[in-house]
Design a protein around this ligand. Structure first.
Ligand code: E4P
Length: 214
């Protein structure tokens, strides 16, 4: 399974990239706004750090506006993937962009049929939001499992990016469900690497080493 990092913070991206954990990056308007920087500048800097798909989201709500924003964003770098919200206009824009060979990531997916429609429209990726469903006491991971089954039944090439990940279990369950990608916030990535028995083991090895020297 590929790991994307879900952030617009370039320090976090550099750190995760140094660990070899970054196959791509997803951003959204909220993540960009958190950085307090100019959108295009952040996206350009991310493209310099990571050689993989970088999702940049449009903010227009009409298909024509989305397509025109997408064409401009796609000029920034060959690795840019256009993030499009899952609406009727979003589907129209996805179809048009797919005909222009501009890759899309259809976002804010909360049902398996939305994912199927996005795939039919030619989306390169779909992003089911598991955490936001879990927050409403709905099983986010069941959505991922259903999308994976549908895409497998009909051999869609659209890749599943599990988004809105809140904890390590979401990453494990994404892998078990056969998702192509998990887009992981930096704090969750750090938790994945840690285990208290690893830390305890290091301490006891070092203590024994000190004792042996005496
Ligand atoms: C990524 O593509 C999504 O925009 C992101 O994972 C949403 O996460 P959130 O639900 O924690 O805001």
């Amino acid at each position: 399974m590929k790991f994307f990092i879900d952030t617009a913070n370039v320090e976090e991206i550099r750190e995760a990239n140094a660990m070899g954990m970054v196959d791509g990056v997803t951003t959204n308007p909220s993540l960009i706004a958190k950085e307090g920087r100019v959108f295009e500048e952040v996206i350009k800097e991310i493209c310099e750090i990571v050689d993989g798909p970088i999702s940049a989201e449009v903010i227009s709500l009409d298909a024509e506006g989305m397509v025109s924003e997408a064409r401009e964003l796609a000029k920034i770098h060959k690795n840019i993937v256009i993030k499009i919200p899952m609406t009727v206009d979003g589907l129209k824009a996805t179809r048009q962009l797919s005909q222009e060979n501009i890759r899309t990531n259809v976002t804010l997916v909360f049902s398996p049929l939305q994912a199927l429609m996005a795939a039919k429209a030619g989306a390169s990726y779909v992003s089911p939001f598991v955490g936001r469903l879990d927050d409403l006491s709905q099983d986010g991971m069941q959505l991922v499992e259903q999308i994976a089954e549908i895409f497998s039944n009909y051999a869609y090439e659209t890749e599943i990016i599990v988004a809105s990940i809140r904890n390590p279990l979401h990453v494990l369950d994404s892998a078990l469900a056969g998702a192509d990608i998990a887009t992981i916030p930096f704090n969750v990535l750090s938790k994945l690497a840690a285990h208290p028995l690893t830390d305890k083991g290091i301490q006891s090895f070092l203590a024994d080493w000190e004792k042996a020297k005496k």
